[in-house]
Design a protein around this ligand. Structure first.
Ligand SMILES: [Fe+2]
Length: 126
């Protein structure tokens, strides 16, 4: 799974590692803290990555930038909503929602939406 830019591939790998970390946290009370930490980390790193990706798309004159930005914003909003609900929502529901969002959105986004900018990135230094 490569988008043709090493620094963005590294980001994607890191996000997927974070997702796998989430999958591995247990459901016991003691895991709640690590789940919050993982969520916070994922939230922060996603923003860093999206900013980097949008900046590169802009510099390369990618024509679908605004549409892509909107997709990023949607994802950030969804993760944020789940993070806010973390304190009072049912632990299993949070976990299921997160796994579905990450699996269906993040993985699908990288494979299908990010892949669309690959031809425009041909001349970046990477
Ligand atoms: Fe993207």
């Amino acid at each position: 799974m490569s988008v043709g830019v090493a620094v963005l591939d590294d980001d994607h790998r890191k996000l997927i590692d974070m997702f796998n970390g989430l999958l591995k946290t247990g459901i016991a009370e003691k895991d709640r803290e690590s789940l919050s930490g993982l969520l916070g980390g994922l939230n922060d790193y996603t923003k860093v990555h999206f900013a980097r990706e949008e900046d590169l798309m802009e510099r390369q004159g990618y024509p679908n930038l605004e549409q892509h930005r909107a997709a990023h914003r949607y994802f950030i909003d969804e993760v944020q909503k789940l993070c806010q609900d973390n304190d009072d929502s049912n632990e299993m529901m949070l976990r299921i929602d997160l796994i579905l969002l990450l699996k269906e959105w993040l993985i699908e986004h990288i494979q299908n939406v990010d892949a669309q900018y690959t031809p425009f990135m041909a001349d970046t230094a990477h």
